[in-house]
Design a protein around this ligand. Structure first.
Ligand SMILES: Cc1cc2nc3c(=O)[nH]c(=O)nc-3n(C[C@H](O)[C@H](O)[C@H](O)COP(=O)(O)OP(=O)(O)OC[C@H]3O[C@@H](n4cnc5c(N)ncnc54)[C@H](O)[C@@H]3O)c2cc1C
Length: 340
């Protein structure tokens, strides 16, 4: 079976890329692995930036938000003051979504738009990149072939082992974990504000997503501090193996011979800013548009890939600059020391 584009990963980046490819008339398929225990953990809640609403509407999949939203948050409060963590003019009405429902609904969109989804956990050796095509081995007797491949596999970055890619780091090492906290009385008034607090060791995002239950996300420079959280018993739903390395990083470059990277696979910034899903969807969609241009004008493909890589780098670095400043204002320095 021959496709224009094979997308690896059915997270926000992969889904937004697949829908954009299809809208542009490309023949596309998505390959993703089966849900893990973490994926189906009901209690995990994600806080999404209000900007995602426009993206979902444009892609014609607003039902994903309608079906997975538990509640909305009205603003972010930092040290008692309102903050937008970025653009001062933004009106804040973000979404708290149930993570497992959100991912399920995203994947259901593929079915609704008749985009094939194949479930397999790919190994690096399953992917063969040649001069002018990509071949993916599904089983001993079955292969998929395509002109291009888009790696939206999140932190796995499965295609980054194909050539001499490297990560550029933009922050000191940062680690995060998330879960729930039941420290409110069920009779308390619903507080729709999200709170970001910073002490010397932690950035903590905390927000009430349903009556009596808060969701939280903790970011720290020292991952051993998770043990402190577990011992304290104040935060629930965490295990020692659920620490994620969220050091800000950008893949260099974000394009290869006949493949590209989008979402966390291309660029990752800590999720304390609540923009992970939004960034993944934007980069997935922009990557797909560039793949379309590459398909339309083969002779100009190198130029379009270069254009995408530059765009992504500028987009990422502008986010880094804003967030670095915000965190510094709050007393949490994430910048890497410069040695003379
Ligand atoms: C603890 C934690 C909490 C977070 N909270 C928030 C939040 O509240 N709000 C927010 O906006 N962001 C949050 N984020 C960030 C957000 O999860 C990511 O930025 C976003 O999911 C990136 O989307 P993606 O599509 O690039 O990758 P992912 O969502 O990671 O999707 C990658 C996909 O690729 C598939 N895949 C991976 N490897 C393979 C393989 N070998 N073969 C086949 N398929 C593969 C996976 O199964 C998955 O479907 C959080 C992150 C963490 C770690």
């Amino acid at each position: 079976m021959y496709y224009d584009v094979i997308i690896i990963g059915a997270g926000p980046a992969g889904i937004s890329a697949a829908l954009t490819c299809q809208r542009n008339g490309l023949k596309v398929i998505v390959i993703t692995r089966k849900a893990t225990n973490r994926d189906v953990k009901e209690s995990v809640c994600y806080s999404l930036h209000p900007g995602v609403e426009v993206l979902f509407s444009r892609l014609g999949i607003i039902s994903v938000l309608n079906k997975s939203t538990i509640s909305r948050y009205s603003k972010i409060v930092v040290n008692g003051k309102s903050n937008t963590l970025g653009n001062r003019n933004e009106k804040w009405s973000g979404f708290h979504v149930c993570r497992s429902k959100f991912y399920n609904e995203l994947q259901r969109c593929l079915e609704l738009h008749s985009i094939p989804l194949y479930k397999k956990s790919l190994k690096r050796s399953d992917i063969i990149i040649t001069e002018d095509s990509v071949s993916i081995c599904l089983s001993k007797s079955s292969h998929l072939n395509a002109t291009y491949c888009l790696d939206c596999s999140g932190k796995s970055r499965i295609l980054s082992h194909q050539s001499s890619f490297h990560s550029m780091y933009y922050s000191v090492p940062l680690y995060c974990w998330s879960g729930t906290q039941r420290n409110r009385s069920i009779n308390d008034r619903f507080d729709s504000r999200g709170r970001l607090s910073i002490d010397g060791s932690f950035i903590t995002w905390q927000a009430q997503h349903s009556r009596g239950i808060d969701t939280y996300l903790r970011i720290t420079k020292c991952k051993d501090l998770l043990k402190h959280d577990i011992n304290q018993g104040k935060y629930f739903g965490i295990e020692l193996d659920s620490v994620y390395n969220v050091t800000w990083r950008l893949l260099r470059p974000t394009v290869g011979k006949n493949y590209m990277f989008a979402g966390d696979a291309a660029a990752l910034i800590d999720p304390g800013a609540g923009q992970g899903v939004m960034n993944a969807m934007i980069t997935g969609s922009v990557a797909a548009k560039h793949l379309y241009l590459c398909m339309q004008q083969h002779s100009q493909a190198e130029l379009y890939k270069f254009e995408y890589d530059r765009w992504l780098m500028n987009y990422f670095e502008s986010k880094v600059e804003i967030l670095q400043r915000e965190y510094l204002n709050l007393g949490f320095n994430v910048t890497m020391p410069v040695y003379a």
